[in-house]
Design a protein around this ligand. Structure first.
Ligand code: HEM
Ligand SMILES: *[C@@H]1O[C@H](CO)[C@@H](O)[C@H](O)[C@H]1NC(C)=O
Ligand SMILES: *[C@@H]1O[C@H](CO)[C@@H](O)[C@H](O)[C@H]1NC(C)=O
Length: 290
């Protein structure tokens, strides 16, 4: 009696699993694993994330925030605009890689950003999907925030796109891996915290203390404004708190202006994809592969 109801239960469970067709049809195309291998070669050196990785993280923001994550950063030549100074090499490389691998440019920009974040030591897993529509229509100029923006302007601009104060303060922590080249050309290459090859909380504490090699006025403004300073301090103290806020905010960024129908989860193709936390994030079908 026990046994037969157990068998019935098992049958019901496997029937339910078989019904998850979306999981089966949505497994990530193998080309993304090849791309991942190619990107690791560029984004990791001597156990640190590289200048190419920094550029990829910044590019993932710059393709999305001024319109939609649609590849226009590369396809419409936005990379030559001064607000994208420093991203030109990255844009050329990703444009050519997208062509060689026959994948979408918008998808590759977001995959490369998530890959670079994960490649930086202690970087979190940002879930990444593919299937965006590419566009070669340029996004408007002047929407991307300037390095001297006031805190209230930043908060308002992010709010208008659906990002909370917590989202913004978490996202700006990407400057943990940043260098500046054009803000003050006389200090080209100066980093925004003392460990630009690692994804750590030093950006927050050193920006607050004024001990970073270089600090953007916009970052200092967010650290000092009472509207955002609490979150700044919270992330300065806790890498897990920052990661927990950063990943969903970056996932939201990667979907600005994108309709989430028929997108395929490719988180499993990121480096370290066999770690426990990645398996939990992957779809049921992807989990079976490990
Ligand atoms: C919210 C307001 C933001 C402002 C005002 C801002 C501004 C800047 C500026 C001025 C630079 C230096 C550019 C240069 O002089 O070469 C920079 C670099 C960078 N930004 Fe931001 N940023 C913001 C948000 C973000 C976000 C949301 C991300 C990613 C999630 C990001 C990632 C980066 C990275 C990785 C770099 C370093 C690029 C490199 O070293 O090549 N930033 N940002
Ligand atoms: C794309 O393929 C061409 C021709 O094989 C090669 O020269 C180029 O380096 C490749 N680009 C990338 C980014 O893989
Ligand atoms: C930021 O810098 C630009 C150009 O250097 C200048 O026109 C603008 O007034 C500055 N904005 C703030 C808020 O200081």
């Amino acid at each position: 009696m026990y046994i037969s109801s157990f068998v019935t239960l098992l049958a019901a469970a496997s029937y339910a699993q078989a019904l998850q067709l979306s999981d089966i049809t949505s497994s990530c195309p193998a080309v993304w694993s090849d791309i991942s291998t190619a990107l690791t070669a560029q984004y990791l050196a001597d156990g640190q994330c590289t200048d190419a990785a920094r550029a990829a993280i910044r590019a993932a923001f710059h393709d999305c925030f001024n319109g939609a994550c649609d590849g226009s950063l590369i396809l419409a030549g936005e990379c030559t605009n001064s607000e994208n100074n420093g991203l030109q090499t990255l844009c050329t490389n990703l444009g050519s890689l997208a062509q060689n691998k026959s994948v979408g440019v918008a998808d590759l920009i977001q995959f490369a950003g998530a890959h670079a974040i994960k490649t930086c030591p202690s970087g979190p897993t940002v879930a990444v999907k593919v299937g965006r529509t590419d566009s070669s229509t340029p996004a408007p100029l002047g929407i991307l925030p300037a390095g001297n923006a006031s805190s209230s302007d930043l908060l308002a601009s992010f709010q208008s796109k659906g990002f909370t104060t917590t989202d913004l303060v978490a996202l700006i922590g990407a400057h943990s891996t940043a260098k500046q080249f054009t803000t003050d050309p006389s200090q080209a290459g100066a980093s925004l915290d003392s460990t630009p090859g690692e994804w750590d909380t030093k950006f927050y504490s050193e920006t607050q203390d004024g001990t970073a090699p270089f600090t953007l006025p916009a970052d200092k403004n967010l650290a000092d404004d009472s509207a955002s300073s609490g979150e700044f301090s919270r992330f300065a103290r806790s890498q897990p708190a920052w990661a927990a806020a950063f990943a969903p905010a970056m996932e939201k960024m990667s979907m600005v202006g994108v309709t989430d129908t028929d997108l395929i989860d490719c988180t499993s193709a990121l480096p370290g994809g066999s770690s426990k936390r990645d398996i939990k994030r992957a779809s049921v079908f992807d989990r079976l592969k490990w």
